[in-house]
Design a protein. Structure first.
Length: 506
């Protein structure tokens, strides 16, 4: 077993490195692509694409609820090393997601079309282009739905090299699309939506081909036990549906509110903030995604001590990494956006800063959800997290009704995230019996000390430096690194880091 854990730990490290390489390339290319697209489409068309495509994603919230169930059951089947069970799990998940794709098509053709035509704030001359965005976005979502089992198989087997490669292929294809639409003279928004749809379908097809070549688990046979497993998966996912719906509202519902109360230009500002959020979140997701399968597998074999250890490592490691990146960005958001975009839509700076704070807080609680999903007792957990998250939309609506500015929805969002984080910590520790004192000592105290010391050190140092953005970013980065080394790492972790550095130098 010790050898197995040694191999598993090496695999986590290897996958983390692969995913970070993917993140670095994806982030640079994605942010550059966003600049080209914004310049080519203009703020209004960029906002239209963001709100329409986001609404289609909202309709597919059921798919999001099944993704966690699919990954959990496939990871456990692989941990138990039963080929027949793996085939059963794959085929069952495929038929479930096929059903979801049909449901999404029905919702989009009825509710979605009505909302697009009669409720969204879209200039009349751009209605035709918005319809094209709607149709192509729907096709992309359908392709995603039916290939979730294939993606889950790649993640469950921890084939992060393939995952990273296909992600990089996708971002470079999107960069090519951005360059093409910048040079074309036909309707750029229509062409952009069609080409993005084509890329999405192509990448999903590559996942399917890879899984058919590499894994024995792929099966589309309807087994006699499919119905029994469908009931289990739907029961598990059923409580996840409300949480997924609330997350969709959390991300896309606010987008719709901003469209209803303001103009597509405000949606463009939110779209940019979401681009930044997606890029920064990749940092935490990459680290956590490398650890998540091991958390589920450890719990599946009843090694609860290792489960707790992996969760704590995932929280602290991802928080410190995100904090190191975010501090310079938050301090110099305005300068970075000016350099990145040139013409920055109103409210973008504030939106980005609030978004980064939300990302940082989410980093602390996401690994806790993975542990709860591994246990499977999610009814009360998902119900309460869903209710708390869903409060973002009605409270934001009330606030906007009183003529509050667009930034007010982010303040509401931030307060809700804090409340949600407190609940997740309390409930997870109750369900899994994690050691509270260990959590405080290993996780909370180090990340709190790093945060406070960095802020205080920068506040003191900033009075002695010029207002040059580059110098500001260097100083805050140095303060963050020193705080992380001194207060973020334990003595053993510092010794291990020093030993690793010396080994590389030699």
């Amino acid at each position: 077993m010790m050898q197995d854990y040694s191999n598993a730990n090496k695999r986590v490290v290897k996958n983390t490195i692969l995913l970070y390489l993917r993140m670095i390339v994806s982030t640079i290319v994605s942010l550059y692509t966003a600049r080209i697209v914004l310049g080519a489409l203009g703020a209004e068309d960029y906002g239209i694409y963001n709100v329409v495509a986001g609404f289609v994603t909202l309709l597919a919230f059921v798919n999001g609820s099944m993704v966690s169930a699919t990954r959990r059951y496939m990871t456990i089947a692989i941990a138990n090393n039963d080929l027949e069970n793996r085939k059963l799990t794959f085929s069952t998940s495929f038929y479930v997601h096929l059903g979801i794709a049909i449901l999404v098509t029905i919702l989009a053709s009825t509710v979605g079309y009505y909302f697009l035509e009669y409720e969204m704030n879209i200039p009349i001359e751009r209605k035709g282009a918005a319809n094209w965005v709607f149709v192509t976005s729907m096709l992309s979502v359908l392709a995603l739905c039916v290939t979730v089992p294939h993606n889950a198989l790649v993640v469950a087997y921890e084939k992060m090299g393939t995952f990273a490669f296909l992600s990089i292929v996708e971002v470079f294809l999107k960069l090519l699309i951005a360059v093409l639409i910048a040079k074309t003279h036909i309707d750029k928004l229509i062409l952009y939506s069609m080409l993005l749809c084509a890329v999405s379908v192509l990448v999903r097809l590559l996942y399917v081909i890879y899984c058919h070549i590499k894994f024995e688990d792929v099966s589309y046979v309807f087994f006699k036990d499919n119905v029994r497993l469908v009931k289990k998966m739907l029961s598990f996912a059923g409580w996840n549906v409300f949480s997924s719906a609330s997350i969709a509202a959390y991300n896309q519902g606010v987008n719709l509110l901003l469209n209803i109360f303001f103009t597509p230009v405000v949606n463009a500002a939110r779209g940019i903030a979401m681009q930044v959020q997606g890029a920064i979140s990749l940092l935490a997701i990459n680290f956590q995604q490398a650890v998540n399968p091991q958390i589920t597998k450890s719990y599946a074999i009843s090694d609860f001590h290792r489960t707790q250890k992996l969760v704590f490592i995932s929280i602290k490691g991802s928080y410190l990494l995100i904090f190191l990146i975010l501090c310079p960005i938050i301090i110099e958001t305005s300068s970075i956006l000016d350099f990145w975009l040139g013409d920055v839509p109103e409210y973008t700076v504030a939106f980005v800063r609030y978004t980064l704070c939300i990302v940082l807080l989410d980093t602390v609680t996401n690994p806790l959800t993975t542990a709860v999903l591994a246990k499977g007792e999610i009814r009360k957990y998902q119900l309460m997290t869903g209710i708390i998250q869903l409060m973002v939309v009605p409270i934001s609506y009330i606030v906007l009704k009183f003529c509050a500015p667009p930034t007010s929805v982010y303040i509401v969002n931030l307060v809700i995230v804090i409340a949600l984080g407190y609940y997740k910590i309390y409930k997870t520790f109750s369900l899994l019996h994690f050691d509270k004192s260990a959590f405080i000592k290993i996780v909370l105290m180090p990340i709190s000390m790093v945060t406070v010391v960095t802020v205080v050190a920068y506040a003191c140092a900033s009075s002695f430096i010029s207002a040059n953005p580059i110098w500001n970013m260097i100083v805050i980065a140095v303060c963050s690194i020193l705080a992380i080394v001194c207060f973020g790492f334990s003595a053993n972790e510092r010794k291990y880091l020093l030993k690793l550095i010396l080994k590389k130098v030699k």
